[in-house]
Design a binder for this molecule. Structure first.
Ligand code: PEP
Length: 243
């Protein structure tokens, strides 16, 4: 399966940055063996969709509400994001779990809303540093997957250890490989044979200097890139490191 390199811009980016960060991507991705996705803030989706139109670079959002419409001031529904040009949506990112108290049940409801609106969900899971030190990372991730994925889930998983996000710290290769193998087992248990085909991305301080090694690990189906996706040269180097 082709690897997916997803750039998560988080709460960064004004219209002026689109030219620098998104405009070079269609040409740079034309002959790549990997799929490329950018997830800018929702304010930039329409303008980014115009830049990426006709290219192989996909567009995603960073969250959606679990309802399709209604009295939820300030929120955005999955169908609105689809209408603005998104085809993917990141759900359950650890920053949303921490900042907005998102539980696995909320993530699951959002996955269902995204699927109804024909957005491909990218469900993020991962342990905190305290949980890894307590050696309960497999249990934590198992419970996030069991709680967050509805029956018949068809989307992407991103394994993002919380302690590796934005810190410059990356787990040992063997630890990434072990967690991806564990996630694969849980996906097959949860979803049957379709669990074999879902892409499992690694996310957490992926940089040009470590991308090739991370992307070569077994069961790593791509990368979720935060900070380095805000630097055009770095993101370009990472997409070229993908198999
Ligand atoms: C992320 O937040 O999804 C992420 C991977 O961030 P960073 O690459 O900056 O660690």
């Amino acid at each position: 399966m082709r690897q997916l390199i997803a750039g998560n811009w988080k709460m960064n980016g004004l219209l002026a940055q689109l030219a620098e960060l998104a405009q070079p991507l269609p040409a740079a991705s034309a002959n790549l063996a990997a799929d490329v996705l950018i997830c800018p803030p929702a304010t930039l989706l329409t303008a980014a969709a115009a830049i990426l139109a006709g290219s192989r670079v996909a567009l995603g959002a960073q969250d959606c509400h679990e309802a399709q419409s209604g009295a939820h001031t300030g929120d955005l529904s999955a169908s609105m994001l689809r209408d603005a040009g998104a085809r993917f949506v990141i759900l359950g990112h650890s920053e949303r779990r921490a900042d907005h108290g998102e539980t696995d049940a909320i993530v699951r409801a959002k996955v269902e809303a995204a699927t109804i609106a024909s957005l491909v969900p990218i469900v993020c899971v991962g342990e905190t540093e305290a949980q890894r030190l307590a050696a309960i990372q497999n249990d934590v991730v198992t419970s996030q997957l069991r709680g967050g994925l509805p029956d018949g889930y068809s989307g992407v998983i991103a394994y993002e250890p919380v302690w590796a996000i934005g810190t410059g710290r990356v787990p040992q290769d063997a630890d990434i490989a072990a967690m991806h193998a564990h996630i694969r087992v849980v996906l097959i248990e949860r979803l049957g044979s379709s669990g074999r085909d879902l892409r499992i991305l690694y996310g957490g301080s992926v940089k040009p200097s470590n991308a090739r090694a991370v992307l070569a690990l077994p069961e790593v189906g791509g990368a979720m890139v935060g900070g380095a996706s805000l630097n055009a040269a770095d993101f370009m180097a990472i997409i070229h490191a993908a198999a």
